[in-house]
Design a protein around this ligand. Structure first.
Ligand SMILES: [Zn+2]
Length: 393
């Protein structure tokens, strides 16, 4: 199959054909997690920041379990040190939900302990998030904070792509055995996509690393900043390729593989008795303006919900306290938002130019998908109140 396109397909159906019994699927997953446990250094023999060997005699330069979200925020919402990934709670794999300790939640292993302590210091110091933060946002101190957040997001993304590549590679021999061209196409297409995405993230990361070594940074623009006067029980940060704004404005054509994505850096940082909501981007990323404009008009509760909707729709790095009742967040809307409706996008890669009638078919398909994407996002007020956490206020 050819075409510069993606198509909604039913993954669970395909996987059921690949692994007809739960036992077979379990075996594949167990094997994959064993591989991961036994090869912790596979992705990084050298620290991705300082370049020093991670297996040298200096303990401060051993591989670090870096947090993708500030530990301070994870601690602020954890119940007895436990957290749960919101996505895995809503759509557990084989009925298993990942409960993680603060020490493990959303971690990546790519840099050394010493760098981890040094290079994120400014943004992890919550005293920096003051009432006048936006008016100071052009100052070097704030620009440094934005760069640290973006750098962390890209490191985490590289790590996630590594995991995806590993999964699709592990599937390859099984696919060969299954001898099914559609499944083969799907696995190859996704593998190639993960590898392409990884190259993009490596490029973005290199840019933030270069900036981190400069004395003066002028690169970021804050579109939305709000201090919510209570502790929201959700912690999040990631760089998002948002497709559409709440008002229906197209932001990024994520289906055009050659399109330049304007990324939204989004954070929910719970603190003691308050929560920081922050959205920023590179300067001149003007396509994101409708999102900023929309968020700025919302009251605190609605703003929290809208930001959670973006986070859950475009990322898996959302953590919540384990004392939130499972049933209260497993609603149909939350499933839809987390894409747990049995369908996901599948990518095809073109060898030739696309015939005209096929191109028309795909562009119609894409138009329909964008409409449904907008429908999902604009219903953000359906996010359960328990995730806003206003009761604790
Ligand atoms: Zn290092």
């Amino acid at each position: 199959m050819d075409g510069v396109a993606s198509e909604a397909v039913n993954y669970s159906k395909i996987f059921r054909r690949l692994f007809p019994t739960k036992k077979e699927w379990d075996a594949v997953q167990i094997q994959m997690s064993k591989d991961l446990a036994h090869a912790p250094n596979e992705f990084a023999s050298k620290c991705l920041f300082c370049g020093e060997s991670l297996s040298g005699p200096d303990k401060s330069q051993s591989l670090c379990d870096s947090h993708s979200i500030p530990k301070h925020s994870l601690k602020a919402i954890s119940d007895d040190g436990k957290l749960v990934s919101l996505k895995s709670l809503i759509s557990p794999i084989n009925g298993l939900t990942d409960f993680e300790g603060v020490g493990q939640a959303g971690t990546f292993r790519l840099i050394c302990r010493r760098c981890d302590n040094l290079i994120f210091r400014d943004y992890e110091d919550f005293q920096n998030y003051t009432d006048d933060f936006v008016s100071r946002s052009g100052e070097n101190g704030c620009q440094k904070i934005f760069n640290e957040i973006a750098m962390k997001n890209y490191l985490y993304s590289i790590y996630q792509q590594n995991m995806g590549i590993r999964m699709f590679k592990a599937l390859e021999p099984i696919v060969v055995k299954a001898n099914n061209s559609l499944i083969g196409e799907m696995v190859r297409g996704n593998l190639e996509k993960e590898m392409n995405d990884k190259r993009d993230y490596e490029r973005y990361y290199a840019e933030t690393k270069r900036l981190s070594e400069k004395t003066l940074i002028r690169n970021y623009y804050v579109g939305f900043y709000r201090i919510i006067p209570w502790t929201v029980p959700v912690a999040f940060q990631d760089a998002l390729a948002v497709e559409i704004s709440f008002d229906g404005t197209l932001i990024n054509n994520v289906r055009d593989l050659r399109a330049k994505i304007q990324q939204l850096q989004l954070c929910i940082f719970p603190d003691k008795d308050r929560t920081i909501l922050l959205a920023f981007s590179k300067q001149h990323a003007n396509r994101l303006t409708p999102i900023y404009r929309y968020l700025n008009r919302l009251d605190d509760e609605s703003a929290v919900k809208a930001v959670i909707a973006l986070a859950l729709r475009y990322s898996a790095n959302v953590y919540i306290s384990t004392n939130i009742e499972d049933d209260s967040v497993k609603t149909d809307y939350m499933r839809e938002l987390a894409s747990d409706n049995g369908t996901t996008r599948m990518h095809f890669w073109p060898d030739d130019l696309i015939p005209e009638e096929k191109a028309a078919f795909w562009s119609n398909q894409q138009a329909q998908q964008i409409v449904s994407e907008h429908d999902t996002l604009r219903q953000y007020s359906s996010i359960p109140d328990v995730l806003v956490g206003i009761d604790n206020y």
